[in-house]
Design a protein around this ligand. Structure first.
Ligand code: SF4
Length: 690
């Protein structure tokens, strides 16, 4: 008879979306054995389907040993050999082409401590060529527009403020599937307390089911709608005059632009009835306090940054800043986007989000790190990366916890460029689409197999404890950074043996994390909200109280005129393809597709088509057909529905959708590709297409 197996419970922070839910991981003999709910934190015991099944941690497909590409495929090698090979190539490339021929694409799922150590290593190698995937696929337009208008790119308040709102406007945000805890615990609480929920989305999502007002905007024309709502607020004198007079600059310019967007004129472009536009404006104007939140749908078109500027400005016209019950901003899809940028994973920003061009700050950081100076020219961001590979300016790429071959627009283009590199290293937990192209693959420990802190979209920093042992010889990202540094002659600069040591250094470097000490974090159930500049500081839940982070202290109002897209549907590609997400899968599905129950329940790719168009094409519910665009094709299962307009096809993003998207058609302000607006056609087996 065997003895009883001891089950351990350890607190971790969820590795998926940026809500920052906490839970206990159960383990037996160091292996994952399940999840248990934990009181407190943002989720207070609730979890969404993804975090109920972390069985991918035990998957036999996890990487366990370093791999080296040979002519006959991958061969297992020892860590020492793998690290020597990598360091040898780094030295060769630096010697023959200079440090800017190196590039690093790092994960937004890393702990803050890992992110800090990695950016330090990269900068000490002499380059600022380091970036993360979210710049291209996620909220870069939000960060840019937020910095321009408010002086910060963070969410202005917390989910508790959303629950305290009288109106919640969700713009292109299917919170019910992408931020289920926000939807279930906060938006629904606001609604139960009498708040009006307004949902703007071209697809009638599960979130739209809960809306008091659902606005089915024509894909890509959101800016017209936003301008028109502001037109009503201004022309009918419904905006918050006092707030605008005291706290806003640039208002006249907004008045001049939005005057042409009467509801009647706007309706012709965005497809929303004029009466609905007025109803939205009146509902917003009646509320003393409210929230405007947006997500990927708002930030992946050719007008993304302008739309974000308009949404921030709409909130300013309502006076929804710096007060409890008001929360404004874009929600980041991955769990530590804000944290890794705070730590300096950015080609133009040092830790603390200070520009690399700031000589005083850069030099004082350099002296703290024991060198004279650090590279001062901004590095190549991920958007420029492929052009630089083409031109031979980047020859070595290190991809850590990212999967650009699947996550970036136009997968074939990305693959073609990754193959052109002299040397590609991928560090991950599975052999992803990108890892399959690598020269060396390093097995990484997953988040629950190590410890460190994450910063959620609410700016809530929390400690995630080590719950499990990594499989085989998998190592944490921090261990790998330290090992590489030793072999590259930088061992004394990264002398860390624990993440706590790194965080103590961060406390002294990044002002807003000055009080986020390891001890405080480990003791706190709720975490600490940054800015938290000193050990006795309680943290900051509300931003923009009494002044904005701009030179004048005022909000800088911005919007722009709508411009037609350069690529439009036509006879060859008559529909507009938009990509959507589902609750049980995440990102490129490398984790969720390896989780037993999630894989069983959520399979893709699937697409929604309007019933009238389906009848025309002969598509039945559940039948397969091919979606074709200018860059590729994908066979998918169709669902016939009234949830999309006749001109729209909505395709799940997680399973290969980027074979269909176009990397060249992008937001001119940020380079983020328009994966929410891709002209396409549908080909049905047997010949009919449209
Ligand atoms: Fe994780 Fe987000 Fe689900 Fe919370 S809502 S459990 S953070 S995926």
């Amino acid at each position: 008879m065997g003895g009883l197996t001891r089950v351990e419970r350890v607190k971790v922070v969820c590795p998926y979306c940026s809500a920052g839910c906490i839970m206990s991981i159960l383990s037996s003999n160091g292996r994952y054995a399940g999840v248990e709910y934990l009181k407190g934190g943002v989720n207070d015991g609730a979890l969404c389907p993804k975090s109920n099944d972390f069985s991918f941690l035990n998957s036999p497909r996890r990487l366990r040993k370093p791999l080296k590409r040979t002519e006959s495929g991958f061969k297992e090698i020892e860590w020492g050999e793998a690290l020597d090979l990598i360091c040898g190539r780094i030295k060769d490339v630096v010697a023959s082409h200079g440090p800017d021929a190196l590039a690093f694409l790092l994960s937004v799922k890393m702990f803050n401590e890992e992110a800090y150590a990695w950016q330090k290593l990269v900068r000490l190698l002499g380059t600022n060529n380091l970036d993360h995937e979210c710049r291209r696929m996620c909220q870069f337009p939000t960060l840019k527009a937020g910095s321009e208008t408010m002086g910060v790119g963070y969410l202005t308040a917390t989910f508790e403020d959303v629950a305290g709102s009288e109106v919640v406007l969700l713009w292109g945000l299917n919170a019910a599937e992408t931020f289920p805890i926000l939807m279930g615990k906060y938006v629904m609480r606001a609604k139960e307390n009498g708040a009006k929920i307004i949902v703007v989305d071209p697809v009638k999502t599960r979130t739209a089911w809960q809306a008091n007002i659902y606005v089915q905007v024509r894909p890509g024309t959101d800016l017209v709608l936003a301008n028109s709502i502001m037109n009503v607020l201004i022309t009918e004198n419904l905006y918050n005059r006092r707030f605008v007079e005291e706290m806003v600059e640039g208002f006249d310019n907004v008045v001049e632009i939005v005057k042409d967007y009467t509801p009647e004129e706007a309706s012709k472009i965005c497809g929303v009835p004029a009466g609905t536009i007025r109803e939205v404006a009146y509902t917003l104007a009646r509320a003393e306090k409210g929230s405007i939140l947006w997500s990927a749908s708002a930030v992946q078109t050719w007008l993304s940054t302008n739309l974000c500027r308009a949404l921030y400005t709409l909130a300013a016209l309502l006076g929804w800043y710096g007060r409890e019950g008001c929360c404004v901003g874009g929600l980041k899809g991955q769990n530590n986007v804000d944290g890794v940028i705070d730590m300096g994973i950015h080609p133009a920003l040092l830790p603390g989000r200070v520009p690399v061009s700031n000589d005083d700050y850069r030099k004082s950081l350099a002296s703290r790190w024991g060198v004279e100076d650090l590279p001062k020219n901004p590095g190549k961001n991920i958007i420029k990366l492929y052009e630089s590979i083409d031109a031979g300016r980047v020859r070595f790429l290190y991809v850590l916890g990212a999967n650009p071959a699947a996550s970036e627009a136009n997968s074939s283009y990305v693959e073609e460029h990754l193959r052109k590199l002299d040397f590609l290293v991928v560090q991950d937990i599975f052999l992803t689409e990108t890892a399959r192209l690598a020269d060396i693959v390093l097995p990484a420990a997953a988040w629950a197999e190590k410890s460190g802190s994450f910063t959620s979209v609410e700016r809530r920093v929390q400690w995630s404890f080590k719950a499990l042992e990594p499989p085989g010889e998998a190592r944490s990202d921090l261990e790998v950074a330290v090992e590489l540094a030793k072999r590259l002659g930088l061992g004394d600069k990264l002398p860390y043996s624990t993440p706590e040591e790194v965080l103590r250094e961060v406390n002294g470097v990044v002002k807003s994390y000055g009080g986020v000490t390891p001890d405080r974090l480990k003791e706190s159930v709720e975490g600490l909200f940054i800015p938290c500049p000193s050990p006795d500081h309680p943290g900051t839940r509300l931003l923009c109280v009494g002044r904005f982070n701009t030179p004048s202290g005022k909000f800088r109002a911005r919007t722009a005129r709508y411009e037609e897209p350069p690529i439009k549907p036509g006879p060859e590609y008559p529909y507009i393809l938009v990509t959507v997400r589902v609750i049980g899968s995440w990102h490129t599905a490398s984790m969720t597709n390896n989780a037993e129950y999630l894989r069983e329940r959520w399979r893709g790719p699937t697409a929604l088509i309007n019933a009238v168009e389906a009848a025309k094409l002969g598509i039945k519910d559940g039948s397969k057909a091919k979606i074709v665009t200018g860059t590729g094709e994908l066979t998918v299962t169709f669902h016939v529905t009234d949830k999309v307009r006749r001109d729209t096809i909505a395709l799940t993003w997680h399973w290969g959708a980027n074979r269909l998207t176009n990397h060249e058609f992008k937001d001119p302000d940020t380079g983020v590709p328009c994966v929410k607006y891709v002209p396409c056609r549908v080909e049905v087996p047997g010949g009919r297409h449209g």
